[in-house]
Ligand binder design. Sequence first.
Ligand SMILES: Cc1cc2nc3c(=O)[nH]c(=O)nc-3n(C[C@H](O)[C@H](O)[C@H](O)COP(=O)(O)OP(=O)(O)OC[C@H]3O[C@@H](n4cnc5c(N)ncnc54)[C@H](O)[C@@H]3O)c2cc1C
Length: 393
Amino acid sequence: MQSTRYDVIIVGGAAVGSATAYFLAKLGFPVDRVAVIERDPTYSEAATPRSLGGIRQQFTTRENMLMSRFGMEFVKSIGEHLTVDGDVPDVGWKEQGYLFLASDKGLASLKQNHVVQRSIGAQVEILAPDALKAKFPWINVEGLAAGSFGFQGEGWVDPYALLQAFRRKARSLGVTYIEDEVVGVDKDGGKITGVTLKSGKKLSCGTLINTAGTRGHFLAKMAGVDIPVRPRKRIIYVFDCREPPPRSPLVIDTNGVFVRPEGPSFVCGVSPTEDKDPDCLDFEIDYSFWEELVWPTIAHRVPAFEAVKLVRAWAGHYDYNTLDQNVILGRHPDCKNMLLANGFSGHGLQQSPAAGRALAELVIHGGYRSLDLTRFSYERVIKNDPIIEANVW
Ligand SMILES: Cc1cc2nc3c(=O)[nH]c(=O)nc-3n(C[C@H](O)[C@H](O)[C@H](O)COP(=O)(O)OP(=O)(O)OC[C@H]3O[C@@H](n4cnc5c(N)ncnc54)[C@H](O)[C@@H]3O)c2cc1C
């Protein structure tokens, strides 16, 4: 059977895959030579629509900060990028900030992180307990030494709306989306020559881009390589509160429990400890985190949350990089025409515009043009040299 040929096949058409398709088109790559293969165009199991859509500057790795800042700037000017037929997408950007809290134990690193963040121009301030109480009178500052508040350039978007805006724009520019699943990768020596789809069709390609998210390691395996990325479940609890605190930022307590408003309700959660964090793809909800850790923490921190009504919960999966919880981006050394964008862990939505642009630059120019992301390459996996990013959870 003769196979259809594309120069670029993008496997996975959620936030990162669709951002990549969009940037390829925007940067002038011939779109009739690009196909996005997506197994489920409803995205029912993908990480993107299950995400909280948070965008923050408060990382400790320069590249993470710069990627997320580009994401924030992109979202704030979304009409300039993703308008289709005069229809400006509404991605629901809420610039309400992130507030990281620290006890005496965490104070030194909070201050250290602050210096790094300020040095690249992040709009963050350290608030002592008095200042915290003055700014957020609804917070109980007991046990706190300080908080780091991102007063500008941090907030959250509707992740599904961002994904759909990328997808719609990419399609309007001529990129082909194919509803099918890649079930096999064909190779000749160290080079990928094409893919086999569940429908039985075969496509050949010049470059394969792995934006398969939580299933990215399955795709890598089909190409004969291993990436240290596995699906890890995260649970989000949604509650209502009779007297909600006004205009709250996303608050991260000293034990990692986070909470933020979502419309008239609130969303919250916590990442489990490593021993309670198996690789898995199920969507079962464990309410013990809510009962034993999440609710007690938020009720202590915000007295208004002592009386809340849990209304629902959902589970999703991080594409969790077991080496260092940061993206692996760029070529795989043993399979040079496969580009990876895997292992974003909990911060891939905000980095999707920067990752999409970076992948498009690699395809078109063979190297990065706008932001040097070499540090995220697979080589660090080979060297077992993790990037130490303090603000991931
Ligand atoms: C609960 C939760 C909260 C989060 N909160 C945030 C946050 O606040 N901020 C943030 O920046 N990030 C957050 N994230 C992380 C973020 O959602 C992900 O990093 C990001 O969405 C990854 O996007 P992606 O396009 O790479 O992958 P995905 O969204 O997982 O999409 C991958 C796509 O590939 C398709 N696919 C897979 N295999 C194949 C195949 N073989 N053939 C064809 N198609 C295939 C899938 O169907 C899917 O649509 C959160 C994640 C979760 C689970």
